[in-house]
Design a protein around this ligand. Sequence first.
Ligand code: ZN
Length: 415
Amino acid sequence: MKLEKYSFGIGDRFSQQGEAQLSAIMEAAEKGLEIVPVWNKSNREHQNIHSSPSDTRREADDAVKKLQWKHPYYVDADHINLDTVDAFLPYSDFFTLDVAGYLGREIPGDDLENFLDIADRYTGKLVIPGISEPFHVNRDALHAMAGKFLGAIREASSIYGHIATRKGAGQFVAEISMDEVEHPQTPVELFFILMMIRQFDIPVQTIAPKFTGRFNKGVDYAGDVVQFRKEFEQDLLVIDHAVRTFGLPENLKLSVHSGSDKFTIYPVMGELIRKHDKGIHVKTAGTTWLEEVIGLALSGGEALQMAKTIYARAFDHREALCAPYATVIDIDPDTLPLPDAVETWSGEKFANTLRHVPGHPDYHPGFRQLIHVGYKVAADMGEEFLSMVRTHREVTGEQVKTNLYERHIRRLFGI
Ligand SMILES: [Zn+2]
């Protein structure tokens, strides 16, 4: 199973928008841009929503059948490890092996020796074709990188082996992620991480490092765009070189997590992947759920009321809701509108406050991020919420499609 050049991870918290999401991908196909959809959902999301991996599979299959999508599509067991992977095995054909929690883990001496044996020849000047300045690597740096990453890649190899034994090698796409950590990985670290992946023989097709800057959930990139551009381009060249040097899968590409809504860097990423003729995988998640809330607000009446209730409850429980996401959100609580004020808003005003249109006078990133992490409120409403979304499926679906196609795909791929 070989993942195509361009793929889009369309997370969907409540599994209601498969058709709307796929229709955005199809719109791109009509314009000549081939992207394959990957429905991704993590164990954490399933737990918060009380859904199961079979729901994601059903959503994907149903959408594909209904819209007669003739091209490949995938269902991604997102951020799994050995403790959580089993429930996904029958339903997924894409597995994101999350090893962020294993960085810095101890390793057997043999593994370290094997790594140093190969890595040693890259000490001194490390020249990567296309990167003008060589990197300088010494033995201490190799030891430091082994200490940080080797145990994690060893763990990835165990997870990969576990899946391959059950599904058969070649029957699924494997991604390795280490994005949910505090410090970004540099391009030179990426080179040696890829060497470790080769050492453990993991046929990885996508890799999700942590990039420089903040990838907050549901809002734009915050960071040094010049630095991001430099490192992103170096990452592309490092992967290219590693693929040729180590014999990794030739379609190996970068995966950008929390990749929705990063409008500032979309033109940068788009320009660089086109310049170097590289593929990309972008994962979105909460952005679709936010469009559902926008759709409810625009639908007026009891649907608008429900959107306001979701905000009010999220506001009341903001500390608990934000805590698990502390490293990936930036909300100034003092600027959040009070629920009593929101109660008086029109559907338009609510939608404009929530919708990610950076220049709009009503747009409020804090309001947006709070609702982003507030999906548990809707999950607790259960059927009441789901049936409201279904009743207003035309409006919500239109928001989802427009958001994905107009604000994401077009910006990223420059169409
Ligand atoms: Zn991630």
